[in-house]
Design a protein around this ligand. Sequence first.
Ligand SMILES: [Zn+2]
Ligand SMILES: [Zn+2]
Ligand SMILES: [Zn+2]
Length: 166
Amino acid sequence: MAVSRQPAGSWSEVRDLLRSRGLRWTPQRRMILDVLAATQGHVTSSEIVERCRERDPGTTPSTVYRTLDVLEELGYLKHSHGADGREEFHVLPETEHGHLTCERCGRSWEMEPQEASDLVRALERSRGFSVDVSHLTIAGQCTECITRSSAPSRPRCRLSFRVKRT
Ligand SMILES: [Zn+2]
Ligand SMILES: [Zn+2]
Ligand SMILES: [Zn+2]
């Protein structure tokens, strides 16, 4: 999906932009933006709902989700998927990147596009397939977990793939 990328970096115009998309400017939407402006790194939509509920227990999850969708269309957010298919949002995304997730310890890391360039180019050549790097999440084992485990046993996969939407 092509995201219309604004020269994001400020939340000041977002109010007018939301209005232009037919969303009313309400105290709840203002609060959602406050929560997002205070958020860094990767965050799931349920974490955002939780943070909103800490400020206002009356937060309606559907309002939060709808606002997140529109903010993504406007380029203020970008979602990726964890290895379990869960959506994770990046607030004010700067550079496109994929993710590596360790199946043992559950940690994840950002993967630079150039690290995936061999795979991306190979798929383009062999299948004419254009890879969306921001949707590239690779599961495996991190070097620490491999070093720590004395017996090279095959870890059981704890991930279930339930991709909700693309
Ligand atoms: Zn690990
Ligand atoms: Zn990321
Ligand atoms: Zn997706």
